[in-house]
Design a protein around this ligand. Structure first.
Ligand SMILES: *[C@@H]1O[C@H](CO)[C@@H](O)[C@H](O)[C@H]1NC(C)=O
Ligand SMILES: *[C@@H]1O[C@H](CO)[C@@H](O)[C@H](O)[C@H]1NC(C)=O
Length: 183
């Protein structure tokens, strides 16, 4: 899902981390990009990957939000795989976050992703949300990828968020899966 937005009003930035070569993890963050479409709704205080230990990369995100509380929100989560450019791959789910948080089993792929994030975010309780959205020092571990049936390659996870019927922003996370074998 791409949105037509006026580029001048979009406030976003990109951080690329490419110094992870000494890591032999199966599953690595490569880069992150966050965008708030409207400054009156949210602003990004932080959106970056940072090396937090040898071969370990942490993801940090802090979106300050100005129209609280958030009582309902929808997220489109799509997976892309890089071939010649990124192409949609396997998953594209539209999730009502508040009902997901009540019953996670309805959205198995989203649940897998959420399971990886939940210990690192303050968005891990039931609705409403009355605070900024923070992900603090999220790290990947190889067990996460074991449960997702994807081959080695470069992937992009795209989260696009809507509240009150308005698209608010997006987060793009690029990861590398390197299993060392094909499956
Ligand atoms: C994912 O689904 C949404 C909603 O049905 C659609 O608007 C969007 O274009 C789809 N994205 C991809 C990458 O297929
Ligand atoms: C929510 O995240 C906090 C840390 O930010 C963690 O201590 C807590 O266990 C998490 N709660 C759930 C339900 O995952």
């Amino acid at each position: 899902m791409r949105l037509e937005t006026n580029p001048i009003r979009v406030w976003s930035y990109v951080v690329i981390v490419s110094l992870l070569s000494d890591s032999n993890a199966l599953f690595k963050f490569k880069n992150i990009k966050c965008t708030c479409y409207e400054k009156s709704f949210c602003e990004l205080k932080r959106c970056e990957l940072k090396v937090v230990g040898r071969g370990i990369v942490g993801l940090y995100l802090h979106a300050q939000t100005y129209q609280l509380p958030i009582k309902s929100t929808t997220c489109i989560l799509s997976l892309y795989r890089r071939f010649n450019g990124y192409r949609p791959f396997l998953y594209n789910v539209t999730v009502d976050i508040c009902s997901f948080l009540k019953n996670r089993k309805r959205y198995p792929f989203f649940d897998l992703v959420y399971d990886g994030i939940r210990d690192f975010t303050n968005v891990n309780h039931s609705c409403p949300f009355n605070h900024d959205i923070i992900v603090h020092r999220m790290v990947l571990n190889d067990n996460m990828i074991v449960r997702v049936p994807v081959p080695s390659g470069f992937y992009k996870l795209m989260f696009v968020l809507k509240t009150d019927g308005i698209w608010r922003g997006e987060v793009e996370v690029h990861v590398e899966v390197n299993l060392g074998y094909d499956r």
